[in-house]
Every structure is written in C-alpha cells, then in structure tokens.
Write a protein that binds this ligand. Structure first.
Ligand SMILES: Cc1cc2nc3c(=O)[nH]c(=O)nc-3n(C[C@H](O)[C@H](O)[C@H](O)COP(=O)(O)O)c2cc1C
Length: 336
C-alpha cells in the first residue's frame, strides 16, 4: 500500500498554516495539502488576502501545498494564479464543492454544478491565460442531483486539468447520508483528468473497502491518482500513516496504544501552544481548538463525554485542565 498518494482535504477554520505545520511535525503519510479557500482576490498586486503565513512561502512548502480559491470569475482566478505563481506555487485548486447555502445560493462552490454553460465559459477564460500554472478542481456530483456531473465531465475533459477531486455527494446533502462510491466508480472511465477520490474514509478498513469498490478485482493497481482524507484524519491523525503501513486486518499491537496516546497528546499541546503564540495569548484560539476536538473526540472511547467537557469551555485555563483530564482518564478507541 505504500505507493498510494494521500492528501489532506482543506477545512475552513481548521487546516490553516499552523495546523498544517504542526500536523507535519507530528504525523506522516500525507503527500499533499490544500489551503482552505481564498475569496475576494483584489485587483492590486500583493493584495491583503494573499499575504501572511497562510500563503507565505516561508511558512509553507510550495511543492506540497496547493492554494485553493472559491470563485466563478475567470479574471479573479487568473489573478489568484498569477500571485500564487509569483510566490512559488506550482498549482491552484478551484472549489466547486462547497455545499453551504450562503455560498451555493450564489452559484458558487457546488452551486455552480447545475450550470454547465457557466462552467465552460469560466474554464475557457482560465485556460486561455493560465500558462504553465497547474489548475485543478475539487467538486461534488452535483448540487440538486447527482446526474449534474454527467454534463460537467465532458466540459472538464476539454481542458488539461492537473487533477480532479470528486466528493461523491450532492451539495444539497451537505454531509448527510453516505458518499456514493459506486457512482464515483462508474464515472472513472469517462474522466480524462488524473482523478482523486474524497469521502468518508474514516478507518484503514473503510479505506480498503472503498479501494475494493473502486479498483474491483485488482486492488494492487489503484486506478486513481490518489485519495483525499477529510474528517477521518481530523478524528484520527494516525490515519494516513496507518493506511500506508498497516495491512487491512492487522490490528496494531496493544503496546502501541501508550505510544500513540503520547504522540496525540504532544500534537494537541503543540497545536494549542502554536495557536496561542500566534494569537498573542488570546482566548479566541479556543474556537479553533474546539472545532478540532469536535472531530478528535472520536479518537477516544466515550467521545460524547469528552465533547460535553470541551464544548462549554471559554477560558484558557479551563481548556488546559480539560485536555489533561481527557488524556489522563480516557483510552484510545480501536484504530482500524
Ligand atoms: C467545516 C468544514 C470546512 C470545509 N472547508 C473546505 C474548504 O475550505 N475547501 C474545500 O474544498 N473543502 C472544504 N471542506 C470539505 C472537506 O475538505 C472534505 O471534502 C469533506 O469533509 C468530505 O471529505 P470526508 O468525507 O473525508 O470528510 C470543508 C468541510 C467541513 C466540514
């Protein structure tokens, strides 16, 4: 399994530069990262939204990070591409998957998928001038219906996308129901771009199940460019390492649990201290840490107990004590 390419999906409000850098210090297995989406790229060079550590090449690895934009305006996308290129990035990604109504109602994110003509005009504008900057797309199957992608794929095929990441849900679903892996599999023969699967990979066993559906009889030769992990790796940061090192049905030895909990603890402390340092000691860091814990609680037995403790906290001291209590009194749940 070591050849499989894994990426970390972007999460607005969680996977910012401090998160990505701390994550990389503590865990392996992720080959590629994406920024959460940028919007409102101003006309002026070096506009405010493309400054700061989120995009600064001194704080990020331009070879493994792809900046993402949420836009439907070819000129804005080109401004973004140009500025990213000047900073040393090799690829940008367009968000055509965001399901949230305040985005989708404006025909942005997954809200663009019912409008193939608009997608075509936008991509023509982008590819006319993008030059050697790589351009990839992240999308869903549709907004109102999973059939919408059938009209979009021939348009995607007209352009040299560097990568197409598909999350097989529709926008209207948000995160309800299950990712439709079968439908994803049926699309594979029709897509020219290097394809990445994203959705509901929560465990090593779950990954192998999805791989089995996608690769069918021949799981040793994955047909895809790679797999993007999302909520699963926020909940269990060992997931990418485990996918790359564990055989499907091998449960890691029990004595690994102690080492794992120590590593998890060190990661959580490091991220908190890093965020606190950046925020000048302000309790506003609690919002982001709580958001992470809304996933990370699933690393432990009795996650709801943990969430009850964490969610109501609004002082730093209380947070620090609650985290120590979690690591003292809870055990990790089985990890495959
Ligand atoms: C709170 C939240 C914020 C997200 N922010 C972004 C984003 O900025 N860009 C993006 O492409 N996807 C975003 N996503 C989608 C995830 O990257 C991922 O595609 C989604 O969770 C499905 O993968 P999963 O089933 O493995 O979690 C976000 C999802 C959530 C829940």
């Amino acid at each position: 399994m070591s050849e499989v390419q894994l990426s970390l999906g972007p999460f607005q409000g969680i996977t910012d530069a401090p998160f990505r850098n701390v994550f990389k210090r503590h865990f392996g297995g992720i080959d590629k990262f994406y920024t959460p989406f940028f919007t409102g790229i101003h006309k002026e060079e070096n506009a405010k939204n493309l400054q700061g550590e989120e995009i600064d090449p001194h704080c990020n690895d331009v070879n493994t990070l792809t900046p993402q934009i949420l836009s439907t305006d070819a000129n804005e996308i080109l401004r973004f591409a140009k500025q990213c290129k000047e900073l040393g990035y090799k690829e940008i990604n367009l968000n055509m998957g965001c399901p949230f109504p305040r985005v989708a109602n404006k025909k942005r994110g997954s809200g663009l998928l019912p409008y193939p003509d608009k997608v075509e005009t936008m991509l023509e504008g982008v590819f006319e001038h993008i030059g050697d900057m790589k351009f990839s797309v992240k999308c869903r199957l549709g907004y109102f219906s999973p059939d919408e992608i059938d009209a979009i794929v021939p348009i995607f095929n007209r352009f040299p996308l560097s990568e197409l990441i598909i999350h097989p849900r529709i926008g209207k679903q948000l995160y309800k129901g299950e990712a439709d892996v079968e439908r994803f599999k049926n699309l594979i023969p029709y897509i020219n771009a290097p394809l990445v699967y994203n959705g509901d990979i929560f465990s090593v066993e779950g990954f192998h199940h999805i791989l089995g559906v996608i690769a069918g009889e021949d799981p040793q030769s994955p047909a895809l460019k790679g797999y993007m992990l999302g909520r699963g790796i926020l909940a269990n940061p060992f997931l990418a390492e485990d996918i790359k090192t564990l055989d499907c049905f091998v449960v890691p030895p029990r004595n690994d649990a102690k080492r794992r909990i120590e590593r998890l603890h060190a990661y959580v402390l490091d991220l908190y201290e890093d965020r606190l340092h950046h925020a000048g000691g302000s309790p506003k860091v609690l919002g982001r840490m709580k958001e992470l814990w809304s996933y990370l609680m699933y690393s432990f037995d009795e996650p709801q107990d943990i969430w009850r403790k964490i969610k109501k906290i609004n002082a730093l001291k209380e947070y620090e004590e609650a985290v120590e209590t979690v690591f003292r009194s809870h055990t990790l749940r089985s990890i495959t």
